[in-house]
Design a protein around this ligand. Structure first.
Ligand SMILES: NC(=O)c1ccc[n+]([C@@H]2O[C@H](COP(=O)([O-])OP(=O)(O)OC[C@H]3O[C@@H](n4cnc5c(N)ncnc54)[C@H](OP(=O)(O)O)[C@@H]3O)[C@@H](O)[C@H]2O)c1
Length: 333
């Protein structure tokens, strides 16, 4: 089987290469595609050099599955054309709320793959993926009514350029030099910015609305969710402080055991110094970690959690590769 990655030179594209190597999918030929700036560059896959193709001249019929990891504008411009001859798995937000495009987290709603009307599958937002992986086993047991959350998101969520800028700003700041933000609205080094993606009229940002709408589409439309999304000066991994109100009463023992048994989740909650997972520790790991599990004593049937996961791996490349595995399974049988 032939596979293509559009955006292969970016953060997520390179992570896709790593994941595909590890998964040992039956790939005959891998096509790497990016902008004309990268055309002709060589990137290693399974020890061999692979040349990067120019998207403007690339022939989409070469691959059976095409991952799009090059942003919403490129998805808007090229994905429908590609879907005529290749199944598209798009990692941007462009198709996520399209009713004819399934939005899939394989641990949560694998059945949605049946609804493949446009030959396009959408990969959810990185903050949503790690959230719904944790909410799903809890919803099955205790019925979630409402979720209130704040995110602490790494700069890699915005791409490679913001990562480079955080490092550059940190050096400038330590040397007491002037900082002029490029990929952020304010200085990110030694700071926190309560603003990710564009503002909507009601004061929410698009990132916050994505979390609400995508959770409803993937898990359950009846769940109420309100989010505040914050960018922090961390390179990789997103963290979330989450308050969940259930319809049914729960015990902390049952919460812990159900999360520990859930695919993709791992509880690490020692209730002592260092007994929790931080973004640095989650980097490069497939698991979504749950720490600081506590009852919210101010409200009936309500729980507090701390959730951390690698946004480039679990929140993007790994989820997309697992969608491809679902697709291959569906096509084979
Ligand atoms: N980062 C995350 O945590 C995360 C999580 C989930 C989903 N996503 C989504 O994944 C996508 C990629 O994100 P990223 O973090 O990997 O961004 P990135 O590091 O900035 O990489 C962007 C990629 O898109 C390519 N590209 C840009 N303009 C292009 C053009 N005109 N024609 C062809 N290719 C072009 C770039 O190629 P060149 O190198 O040639 O410029 C590069 O390969 C976005 O849609 C993002 O929303 C990201």
């Amino acid at each position: 089987m032939n596979i293509a990655i559009v955006g292969a030179t970016g953060n997520v594209g390179r992570k896709m290469l790593e994941v595909l190597e590890q998964k040992k999918l039956p790939i005959d030929q891998l096509y790497l595609v990016a902008s004309p700036r990268s055309a002709g560059k060589k990137i290693k896959f399974n020890g061999k050099d692979c040349e990067v193709n120019n998207l403007e001249t690339y022939d989409f019929s070469k691959a059976k599955i095409t991952f799009f990891a090059a942003g919403g504008k490129i998805a808007e411009q090229y994905a429908e054309k590609a879907s005529k001859c290749s199944t598209v798995i798009d990692l941007s937000s462009f198709f996520r709320m399209d009713k004819d495009v399934p939005l899939i987290v394989p641990q949560v709603n694998p059945f949605a793959i049946k609804n493949l009307k446009k030959n396009i599958i959408a990969n959810p937002n990185c903050s949503t993926i790690q959230l719904v992986i944790v909410l799903k086993p809890l919803h099955d047991l205790f019925n979630i009514k409402r979720v209130v959350l704040s995110t602490y998101q790494s700069v890699s969520g915005g791409g490679k350029a913001p990562m480079d800028e955080l490092i550059e700003q940190t050096k400038l700041s330590l040397n007491k030099k002037k900082i002029e933000p490029k990929n952020f609205t304010k200085q990110i080094a030694f700071n926190a910015i309560p603003h990710i993606d564009i503002f909507a009229d009601d004061g929410y940002t698009k990132e916050e609305l994505k979390m609400t709408n995508e959770t409803k589409k993937i898990l359950d439309n009846s769940i109420e969710l309100t989010a505040t999304c914050v960018r922090i000066p961390v390179l990789v991994s997103h963290s979330e402080s989450v308050n969940i109100e259930f319809e049914k009463p729960f015990t902390l023992e049952k919460i812990r055991s159900s999360l520990n048994n859930a695919d993709g989740c791992e509880v690490y909650d020692k209730r002592k110094d260092g007994g929790y997972i931080t973004p640095l520790e989650a980097e490069g790991k497939k698991e979504t970690y749950i720490s600081r599990i506590r009852e919210d004593k101010t409200k009936k049937n309500t729980l507090n959690l701390w959730i951390v996961s690698d946004n480039l791996l679990r929140g993007a490349a790994l989820n997309a590769a697992e969608i491809a595995e679902l697709l291959i399974k569906k096509n084979n049988g």
